[in-house]
Design a protein around this ligand. Structure first.
Ligand code: PMP
Length: 353
């Protein structure tokens, strides 16, 4: 730390992204990326767009907003795109919780406390129940802006739409941010509820179900007033927040419903396959509606299993949260990748005996 660094930020604990190692080629199941390439329609527009890189991207992101709005049958003034959903989460925290407080689950996306600390927002964590599921009743009397991930990050557990509505109704005077990074793997989005509730903001990403993690595109949907608030923050920070190539690719990815259905369908199918295989090996896991599974074995600790898998060329995520530190989080890859993973786990378990 230099002697110039802000004292206010000196205790900041930054977010730790999953490893992106270069020492060898791994089967990479550690950051919940899609194992499939972007939509061919998205790839097809990048080259043409590249010839216009001398020009700034459209600060109003009109074409992308319109593609998202058409997909969800809403008007484009209820959408705001961002540089990854991390950015729109940061804008939302700043817009709706700065000067107030935040509440989120004890085991959830690791960026929530990081952003809260960055903006100096006090927060409380609310324990998930024993099945690692959010209990919406626990948020009824909390006088804070609420942020949850649905499906929940790290655990994959899911709340049906009726529960999300309960959460929104019981917090009508606070903004409820529902982070749907993983909603497309079998969940039902709360976006239709934003027609009726002015305190609901739904955040989504192109990084998972639309195979564009490297393009960095996310977005939020809410009532027009919430989106106008977020635009005030965006235009005070970085008006050209989504670059030209990513914007064009994301608009095409949103329109390519057939490819989206194909990729998400394969991941959902492979999730059932890996869940069954893990059960046979004696693992337990919370039911997941995400593109990952949080798996636990009584035979081997999470950290040891992670290390042994890495040595065998398979990268999963070991997380340090106390309640799940004995588990590994496995991103759903291709069927072939999952078969290799299962084979390597089998070898590791056999070596223990
Ligand atoms: N929310 C959740 C719950 C996530 O797991 C992630 C991915 N790490 C994000 C948001 C951010 O994704 P991105 O910035 O790639 O859109």
């Amino acid at each position: 730390m230099s002697r110039f660094f802000s004292e206010k930020l000196s205790s900041l604990e930054p977010y730790t992204p999953g490893e992106q190692p270069r020492d060898m080629v791994y089967i990479k199941l550690n950051t919940n990326e899609s194992p499939y390439p972007p939509s061919p329609k998205a790839l097809a527009v990048i080259e043409g767009e590249a010839t216009r890189l001398n020009l700034y991207s459209d600060p109003t992101a009109r074409a992308l907003h319109e593609a998202i709005a058409a997909h969800y049958s809403i008007t484009a003034d209820r959408v705001i795109a961002s540089n990854g959903s991390d950015e729109i989460l940061a804008f939302a925290f700043d817009a709706f919780a700065n000067g107030k407080s935040l509440a989120f689950p004890d085991v959830t996306y690791g960026f929530y406390p990081v952003f809260a600390n960055l903006f100096g927002i006090p927060y409380t964590t609310v324990p998930l129940d024993e099945t690692f599921t959010i209990r919406v009743e626990d948020y009824a009397h909390i006088d804070s802006t609420v942020v949850i991930a649905n499906p929940n990050a790290k655990t994959g557990t899911y709340l049906p739409l009726s529960k999300i509505e309960e959460l929104v109704v019981q917090n009508r005077d606070r903004v409820v941010i529902v982070d749907e990074a993983y909603i497309d793997f079998g969940g039902e989005s709360a976006i239709p509820l934003t027609d009726r509730y002015d305190n609901l903001l739904v955040v989504q990403t192109f990084s998972k179900s639309r195979n564009l993690a490297g393009a960095r595109v996310g977005f939020a949907v809410g009532c027009a007033e919430l989106i106008a608030d977020l635009n005030r923050v965006k235009y005070s920070f970085n008006p050209y927040n989504v670059n030209r190539l990513s914007m064009a690719a994301a608009a095409q990815a949103m329109k390519d419903e057939a490819y989206f259905d194909e990729c998400t369908g394969k991941i959902i199918e492979t999730r059932s396959f890996i869940a069954e295989a893990l059960t046979k090996l004696g693992f337990t896991y919370p039911a997941s509606k995400a593109n990952f599974i949080l798996a636990h074995s009584d035979k081997i600790g999470g950290k040891e299993l992670y290390q042994k898998l890495k040595a065998k060329g398979v990268l999963v995520r070991h997380l340090s949260d106390q309640r799940i530190t004995d588990s590994i989080r496995i991103t759903i890859g291709t069927k072939e990748q999952m078969e290799t993973l299962i084979q390597k786990i089998q070898e590791i378990l056999e070596d223990l005996t």
